[in-house]
Design a protein around this ligand. Structure first.
Ligand code: BES
Ligand code: MN
Ligand code: ZN
Length: 482
């Protein structure tokens, strides 16, 4: 579904009305049996004209996020009518103005319209919302609604772009393909992009990516993208975003069980989020320098793969490999060390990674784990989380966890002993070895990067969600005067 602003005289075949529970609609009669207004409910009334009623839930329980979900409900209902054009009047929310309402509506509608069908030779006949348009009518300010539509569109399209790349399977999206995607985006969007191979990384003392990718036919690499606003003079210290890009995580020699291993093609979700953030940044043009770094490797078992017991180096530390399946932190060690060296004065560094199964157990696909050494940065991310509906939950970095990764024969180990205990928190202490003096936060998106069982958000289809794109872009907008 496409979204446009309603202008005087815009004609449409159908109309959609968003209503709270128990609320009446002007000039339209319906009974409680037709429609109650519950969140997620849609009812199609067919009289002279098609009218779709969309539930917003209880008024007392309203939050901005409900608008995204209502938009997704409408997209779903719209597939059941032949109408191609809809006029949607934004209600006058007490808490959300026309900007927020329109922005959230567009995000929900575009995220819900996402489909990944490129490999289906035989298109199934599931109805699609393609070719349908909703015209948003502001409750008060058409200008605010129009601005909201623009922002919502950039946000959702960037997230959908990240989902598209993430959906590419491991036999297509290897580290080389991912680097190529970054180059392609940088050329299209006018920012710089550098690909650093493992030989060059080794010269910098960074061996994490090299070792994790040691068992793969395609060596790993580090990609660094840099956006600078024009005029360049106004650009100061950058905001840096780092993403884990394991194009397939078999576990390596510490091989994973086969159940659900196919989902590990999405172990590059962090890297895809960074590409999405860079796309959004290039369109929104905030007055800030923005750096996106992605650490790419494929974690495979082979005769050249890294072994448990191996001792490697990254960022000036020696690391004992206890489990080759704890590979994400090794790739991030290289990327964070690189950032520490090249961007010592970064305003902040946020990394995104599908890092631990324990985070999925703790927070499900409802919230990303947030671990931070800086309370202010953590609070700023929480604020962006409220605005985008991408939930985060902060976990403590109590010092007791640190000793669990102390090395036996090297400085640090890549997994904690005893195994499993606090295993979303111990990797944060592992990563802390490689951070600079900048405020740093780590987002564990293992549970939120894709949805396959419970649909926590009705606008996400089965598969990747693009989590982190809207959250981090919002954080940037909040801190770059836009
Ligand atoms: N990519 C996985 C984490 C993961 C698990 C993401 C499930 C999404 C869903 C990561 O590389 C991993 O294997 N982590 C291990 C670490 C352990 C060996 C210390 C884990 O959490 O089990
Ligand atoms: Mn792993
Ligand atoms: Zn992994």
């Amino acid at each position: 579904m496409e979204i446009s602003i309603y202008k005087d005289g815009t004609k449409a075949e159908a109309e959609a009305i968003m209503l709270f529970e128990g609320e009446k609609a002007d000039g339209i009669t319906f009974s409680k049996e037709d429609f109650t207004g519950k969140a997620g409910e849609a009812s199609i009334l067919r009289k002279d004209k098609v009218t779709i009623l969309v539930g917003l839930g209880k008024k007392a329980e309203f939050e901005d996020e409900k608008i995204r979900q209502a938009a997704a409900t409408l997209v779903c209902a719209s597939k059941k009518t032949s109408a191609k054009t809809f006029i949607v009047k934004l209600p006058a929310f007490e808490k959300a103005d026309d900007f927020v309402a329109a922005r959230n509506f567009v995000e929900g509608a575009l995220l819900a319209s996402y489909e990944f069908t490129k490999y289906k030779e035989k298109k199934d006949d599931n109805p699609s919302s393609e070719g349908k348009t909703a015209f948003l009518k502001a409750s008060k300010s058409a200008q605010k609604a129009e601005d909201g539509i623009k922002l919502g569109r950039v946000m959702a399209q960037a997230a959908n772009y990240a989902r598209d790349i993430n959906n590419e399977p491991g036999n297509v999206a290897n580290p080389e393909f991912m680097a190529q995607k970054a180059i392609e985006l940088s050329k299209k969007s006018g920012f710089s992009c550098k690909v650093i191979n493992v030989a060059e990384l080794a010269k910098m003392g960074l061996h994490g990516i090299e070792y994790v990718g040691g068992g793969s036919k395609t060596p790993g690499r580090l990609v660094v993208m840099e956006y600078a606003p024009a005029p360049k003079a106004s650009a100061k210290d950058p905001f840096v975003f780092v993403g884990k890009g394991i194009t397939f995580d078999s576990g390596g020699i510490s091989i994973k069980p086969s159940r659900e291993m196919e989902k590990m093609k999405w172990d590059k979700s962090g890297a895809c989020a960074i590409l999405g953030i860079m796309k959004a940044v290039s369109e929104l043009k905030p007055n800030a320098r923005v750096v996106g770094i992605i650490g790419l490797a494929e974690n495979m078992p082979s005769g050249t793969a890294c072994r448990p017991g191996d001792i490697i180096r990254s960022g000036g530390k020696s690391i004992e490999i206890f489990n080759t399946d704890a590979e994400g932190r090794l790739v991030l060690a290289d990327a964070l060390s690189y950032a520490r060296d090249k961007y010592p004065d970064a305003k902040s560094v946020i990394d995104l990674a599908t890092l631990t199964g324990a985070c999925v157990i703790a927070l499900g696909s409802v919230a990303s784990g947030l671990l931070a050494t800086d309370d202010k940065l953590a609070a700023e991310i929480e604020k962006a989380s409220f605005k985008t509906g991408e939930r985060v939950w902060r976990l403590p970095m109590f010092p007791e966890f640190e000793q669990m990764i102390a090395g036996k024969q090297a400085d640090i180990k890549n997994t904690a002993e005893p195994g499993g205990e606090g295993s979303t928190i111990t990797p944060a202490f592992f990563l802390k070895n490689f951070i600079g003096k900048w405020p740093w936060a780590h987002l564990d998106i293992a549970g939120t990067a894709y949805q396959t069982t419970l649909a926590v958000r009705n606008y996400y289809a089965w598969g990747p969600t693009g989590v982190g794109v809207r959250l981090c872009t919002q954080y940037l907008l909040d801190h770059s005067g836009k």
